[in-house]
Design a protein around this ligand. Structure first.
Ligand SMILES: Nc1ncnc2c1ncn2[C@@H]1O[C@H](COP(=O)(O)OP(=O)(O)OP(=O)(O)O)[C@@H](O)[C@H]1O
Ligand SMILES: O=P(O)(O)OC[C@H]1O[C@H](OP(=O)(O)OP(=O)(O)O)[C@H](O)[C@@H]1O
Length: 231
């Protein structure tokens, strides 16, 4: 059997926003993962297949070489640590912001003074811990796996660290953002060993993604990217 390229993607927004990038690379999935229970999806290219994994698991599949490349949010990559991963491209998809949020009217300034302890619920304990450590604020981190917005409403935490895009979820739950931690978008991640051993297969795909991003990205965004390209 000829050499295969395996691409790890998560269902939902990343899959949907990756389809046009795959198309530029001449790759078209044979099935829609929302309609199929299959976890390995063939493509129009015999040598290329997709594996459908949880968004938070993409870096792990690529790190261990079970997938040669994948697409993961900067949130997930920062939390993972990025070991064994080459991150050549910001794809500018699934864009949002990592924020601290609290109940509307909660006195966040007073609660984050020296000598106080803030209870913070989040799916991103390492990002949250680093943020508050840099500010010198003492925190107890409560790890959650979803629905973070509920935590301050039922007294589980004072604050949350979560992703915000439209702000609709915060508003619907009477929360407000009080601090910006980072701008988030999704990155192409490549297994470092595969980059050498499968270079001939990988390079055209990386180049096609780069072309697709360049043709779709306003100039000021590209400048911001370059500053972060070594992240
Ligand atoms: N509201 C949003 N708007 C834009 N991008 C987002 C938003 N929420 C999350 N993202 C980005 O999309 C990525 C995938 O999010 P998605 O909701 O598909 O998975 P998830 O449910 O967070 O992950 P998991 O299934 O592993 O818990 C996130 O890691 C983040 O980078
Ligand atoms: O500012 P908004 O546009 O309202 O988006 C923010 C919401 O999006 C993300 O959740 P997601 O939609 O991924 O749901 P899930 O994490 O429960 O899968 C995030 O965790 C927020 O809850």
């Amino acid at each position: 059997m000829s050499e295969q390229l395996t691409i790890a993607l998560s269902k939902g927004r990343i899959f949907d926003e990756t389809l046009p990038l795959l198309a530029v690379a001449g790759i078209v999935p044979a099935e829609d993962p929302e309609q199929s229970r299959k976890l390995i999806i063939a493509t129009n290219r015999e040598q290329v297949r997709l594996v459908i994994v949880r968004a938070t698991d993409v870096p792990t599949y690529v790190q261990y070489g079970a997938a040669d490349l994948g697409i993961a949010g900067k949130d997930v990559l920062t939390e993972h640590g990025g070991e064994g991963l080459y991150q050549p491209l910001d794809l500018h998809i699934a864009r949002c912001r990592m924020m601290v949020a609290v109940r509307q009217g909660f006195d966040y300034q007073a609660a984050s003074q020296p000598g106080r302890r803030l209870r913070v619920a989040t799916k991103y304990p390492d990002i949250a811990a680093a943020h508050f450590a840099a500010k010198g604020v003492h925190v107890d981190i409560i790890k959650l796996y979803g629905s973070m917005e509920l935590a301050p409403l039922v007294g589980l935490s004072d604050a949350i660290v979560d992703l915000v895009s439209t702000g609709g979820t915060l508003k619907a739950n009477r929360l407000e953002a009080v601090e910006h931690i980072a701008d988030i978008s999704s990155r192409l991640v490549v297994n470092k060993a595969a980059l050498k051993t499968k270079y001939a297969l990988l390079e055209p795909v990386i180049q096609a993604f780069a072309r697709a991003v360049a043709s779709d990205t306003p100039t000021h965004d590209k400048e911001t990217d370059n500053e972060h390209s070594a992240d």
